[in-house]
Structures are given as C-alpha cells and as structure tokens.
Ligand binder design. Structure first.
Ligand code: UT7
Length: 345
C-alpha cells in the first residue's frame, strides 16, 4: 500500500497506537493434527447427519489430535513454522503468550511447555484464557509488551485440543469443534504499520451459556463431576449464536471506525470460524462482499483460540493477503468475550 494511513487517524487512540511503536506480525504459522474426522464418521457416533451438520454449520470435517498429542505439541509445531516464516531463532524470543482453554494441565502453563519444546530458553511465558477470542486478546497483550519496550520479540500462540473436553455422546456440541494451533511472531518494525487497532470486550453475565463446568475451584474433580459429564464443554447454541453475531459485528465496526476505514477498503476479513451462518450474517451486517471473507471452517470446524490464527496463516499462504493489505480479524467466545483487530499486513 503506497499511502500511509496515519493522516486518516482522527481517533486519538488509533493515532496514539500508531505513533507509539508500531508492532508487526513478522511471521505466521499453523498446524493441525493429521487425523480427519468427517461428518460421515460422526453419523456412526451420534444421531446426526452430514446434511444437518453441513447446512446448520458449514462444517464437513475437523482434525482430531492423537491421544499422545497435546495442546503444547500443536502449539509448538505452529510456533516453529511462525518463527521460520519470520526468520527468527527460538533463542531470540523474549516472551511466549499462549491463548488456550485446553492447556496440557492447569499448571505449569502450556507456554512453559512450548518454551522447552521449541528451545526458546530466554523467553518468559504465560497462558491466558479468553476462549475463542483468545488469539486476538493475546495479540493485544503481545503488542503492549513491545509498545512499552519491555520486549522486542513476542511469540503469540492460539492452541487447542478441544477434543479433550468434548462429549462425544452430545450431538449438540461434538459435531462443532476440532483441534489445532496457530502462532504469530510480533516485532517492532519502524517502517511498517502492522497492528493498527485491537478492540476487546467481555460480558460475564452470559458466562453460563458456554462453559466447562467442572475442574476448577468452583467444582473440583470428583466421581460425581465425572459421572455427570461436568468436565465436558457445555453450550446453549442458539443463544450463543445470537450474541456472536451481534458482538462480532459491533467489534468489527468499532475497529474500522477507530481506523477511519470503510469495510470496502479491507482486503480480507478473517472471522472466528464457529458457524458459516454466523460468518455470513456478520459479513452481511458489515456490508462486506462474500469474496472478502475468509472461510476454512468446512475443513477444521471450530478450533477456538486457534481458529483466527489458522485462518490468517492460510489466507497469507494462499496469497489472499499480500504485504500492505488491510486485514480485519474478528472473534467471539465463552465469557462472553469478543475482539476485533485491523492489521496492515
Ligand atoms: O466458538 C464460540 C462461539 N460458538 C458459537 O458461536 C456457536 C453458536 N451456535 C451455533 O452455531 C448453532 O446454534 C448450533 C450449530 C450449535 C446449533 O444450530 P441451531 O440452528 O441453533 O440448532 P438448534 O440448537 O436450535 O437445534 C435445532 C434442532 C434441535 O432439534 P429440535 O429440538 O428442534 O427437535 C436439535 O436437537 O437440531 C437438533 N440438533 C441436531 N440434529 C442433528 C442439534 N444438533 C444436532 C446434530 N444433528 N448434530
């Protein structure tokens, strides 16, 4: 892109972010497990049909990690690819931020496990949880560390093994999710624009609509919690759907407003991949053309915190996004949480 967007920032926060210290995604990578679980496979497991899943969600198949493949393994593989794309050695990484709601274990953090796996021995690391909006929350967290000059190179990872909290007898949820990971290397680049704005939001009053009820301090693991299936993901789908459309649309509009952009100026919109009908409704409300919206949900289902990162990586790898293009990312998840970001790629 030849023209600088600086002059367009009428909004003080966007201008401040831009001038403070620009943070770019200098490398992106993703990884999904090899095993494919198709809708036809699911027909043999629960009372469902390929037709129902495809028409109600847009999903055809999803990837499922092996029993001995954990969130940290998925995250480490995505991280290595992102580092390679950025031309960054693991020893150069200052901080690893992992967004996940399926960590290998409650502690130590999956970030520490990934640090060891990829040999990023200088890096600090921690996990954070904002469910399906996690990768965008983590991008903002990583950006802040660079803007404040605390760190130079931050590795942000969204990684999930949602199959580990899936009730394979519940047709309402088991057809929706998949495993995977995406990673981004964040660095200051003086002459590029990078992350232009990130919008974050949450509404804890809707916490019960999408949750993992047991295993925390409220409801520690017991025979009863296991027998009653409280260690599985629970979702009120229809209500969640409505809020997802509203919150994603509002967050995306706010991100565009902060950058004084019209949706037509965005080359590619990367929405959280939960349901094709949500994606289409958000695209329509934003006034986007269908060809602006990136979809890979048919192949991976909802990979939660990994979803936006995997989609962004695929959009870049396929040439849908070129250097200088404006990209709009938007996500929604349990909490409820939501987020949107504009990046000049
Ligand atoms: O990532 C975080 C955000 N997550 C989301 O945003 C997901 C939001 N929700 C959704 O995507 C959709 O609500 C679902 C895909 C989960 C469900 O679609 P829906 O159109 O809202 O269906 P519904 O829940 O209203 O269920 C309609 C019918 C029900 O049958 P009755 O009660 O009408 O007889 C369900 O029991 O479809 C039935 N049903 C199924 N039938 C076949 C639910 N799941 C299945 C299934 N196969 N897998």
């Amino acid at each position: 892109m030849s023209s600088t967007p600086t002059a367009k920032f009428k909004n003080p926060r966007a201008r401040h972010n831009f001038l403070a210290r620009t943070v770019s995604v200098t490398g992106i990578g993703s990884y999904v497990p090899a095993r494919v679980l198709t809708n036809h496979d699911l027909e043999k497991m629960v009372d469902t049909t390929d037709e129902w899943i495809l028409t109600r969600t847009g999903i055809r198949e999803r990837r499922i990690a092996d029993g001995n493949e954990f969130t940290s393994d998925l995250g480490a593989k995505a991280a290595r690819r992102a580092l390679k794309a950025a031309g960054v050695e693991p020893e150069q990484v200052d901080l690893i931020v992992v967004a996940t709601c399926t960590p290998d274990m409650p502690f130590p953090s999956t970030a520490c496990l990934i640090q060891e796996k990829i040999g990023a021995h200088r890096a600090a690391g921690f996990d954070m949880e904002a469910a399906c909006a996690g990768f965008l929350y983590a991008l903002e967290v990583g950006q802040q560390f660079i803007m404040s000059r605390t760190f130079e190179t931050v590795l942000v990872i969204g990684a999930e093994k949602i199959s580990s909290i899936t009730n394979w007898r519940d047709r309402n949820t088991c057809v929706l999710f998949g495993d995977g990971a995406g990673a981004a290397v964040l660095q200051h680049r003086p002459h590029s624009h990078g992350l232009l704005t990130v919008v974050l939001g949450a509404d804890g009053s809707k916490a019960d609509l999408l949750k993992l009820p047991a295993g925390g301090s409220r409801c520690p693991a017991s025979l009863e919690t296991v027998q009653s299936g409280k260690h599985f993901l629970h979702m009120e789908g229809r209500e969640t759907f409505k809020h997802a459309v509203q919150a994603m649309t509002a967050a995306a509009m706010e991100a565009l407003r902060r950058c004084d952009l019209d949706v037509s100026q965005v080359k590619c919109i990367i929405p959280h991949q939960a349901n094709r009908r949500i994606i289409d409704a958000v695209g329509e409300r934003l006034g986007a053309r269908p060809d602006q919206v990136f979809v890979n949900l048919d192949r991976y289902g909802n990979t939660s915190a990994a979803s936006v990162a995997i989609a962004l990586d695929e959009a870049v790898a396929s040439g849908r996004i070129q250097r200088g293009d404006l990209v709009l990312l938007v996500a929604f998840g349990s909490g409820f949480t939501w987020a949107a970001a504009v990046i000049e790629w």
